[in-house]
Design a protein around this ligand. Structure first.
Ligand code: 13P
Ligand code: SF4
Length: 301
């Protein structure tokens, strides 16, 4: 159905010597088109390593900004200019400064789902796949301040055996997309299935999960696994069903849809390549601070 448009994108991509990266939540047709797919950590590592004059980043703004910080020699394009992340907007640099003042000396961990300014105010960044490791790398004497995701922060601290004070942020998709009743209902229907939950889910859901994994972790699990209930954004479940039509893969709920992740269409990717838009620019002074917290994380990964 998209054959003509996909052919045009491929021609332009070759002409511009561009690469396309897509987050695991992107629509199936975008992921199929991408040169690389992955979770936030995998995409950050790739963005730092890839050598291409242009990288089209199909995801949301904070991801493209992270790529731009890690790879200043490539032009990073975000095809859908309004693809943001409501969780990342739940704390700004001034709020973080005040939070830090309340707990002097405490190390600050920011989830990669945050603004560049917040990253620059933090000691170290993390993603859902390395939050536990990041916390374990910090001194034990003072509680860790974790922003913005209260769910990831409290789950990771429990795993790491650390004290944490979390900001009251959350991902609306994971927070409001799943209810405990969904778990009871689906367990009744599929009693032998494995429940994989993303750590952005509320503890009400996490307590029932067989495994708590990032999207990259879930992707690895699927290499050998089957009969699975997925508790994360539905674009990911759809992509898994597309990759493994012979496997039994169901979503915990049909309500977990991230409209920001779905803003990117093939038309946007085409326009991005054609018009070289939307070029991500990060203030160099702030980028320097943010890079420190991202690089500290990457050194551990
Ligand atoms: P991961 O793909 O890193 O697990 O993150 C999920 C997410 O919410 C990205 O916005
Ligand atoms: Fe942000 Fe949640 Fe969408 Fe991820 S799924 S981009 S955390 S709103």
């Amino acid at each position: 159905m998209y054959t003509e448009l996909i052919a045009k994108i491929k021609t332009l991509k070759q002409e511009k010597d561009a690469l396309i990266l897509a987050h695991n939540y992107q629509a199936v047709e975008i992921q199929d088109l991408a040169d690389y797919r992955g979770d936030s950590l995998q995409l950050s590592i790739l963005a730092a390593e890839l050598k291409a004059p242009t990288i089209v980043f199909c995801g949301v703004k904070f991801m493209a900004e992270t790529a731009a910080i890690l790879n200043p020699t490539s032009d990073i394009l975000l095809p859908a200019v309004d693809a943001g992340c409501p969780m990342a907007d739940m704390i700004d640099a001034n709020q973080l400064k005040k939070f830090k003042k309340k707990y002097p000396g405490s190390p600050v961990v920011c989830y990669v789902n945050s603004s560049v300014e917040v990253k620059a105010e933090s000691d170290i960044c993390c993603t859902s796949s390395n939050a536990v490791k990041v916390m374990q790398s910090l001194p034990e004497d003072l509680p860790i301040l974790f922003v913005p995701d209260k769910n990831l922060g409290s789950w990771a601290a429990k795993q790491a055996g650390r004290k944490v004070i979390t900001w009251d942020g959350y991902c609306p998709v994971h927070q409001w997309g799943f209810y405990e009743q969904h778990v009871f209902d689906i367990r009744e229907k599929y009693p032998d299935y494995t429940l994989l939950a993303h750590p952005e889910c509320d503890p009400d859901i996490i307590q029932h999960a067989d495994l708590v994994l990032s999207t990259g972790g879930m992707m690895n699990w699927m290499l050998t696994g089957d009969n699975v209930i997925i508790a994360t954004e539905n674009g990911f479940t759809k992509y898994l069903q597309h990759l493994y039509p012979e496997k039994n893969i169901v979503s915990l709920s049909a309500q977990a849809n991230c409209k920001n992740m779905k803003r990117t269409t093939l038309e946007h990717v085409y326009e991005a390549l054609l018009k070289h838009q939307y070029l991500i620019k990060v203030d160099p002074a702030i980028a320097e601070g943010a890079k420190k917290s991202i690089s500290r994380m990457l050194e551990l990964s």
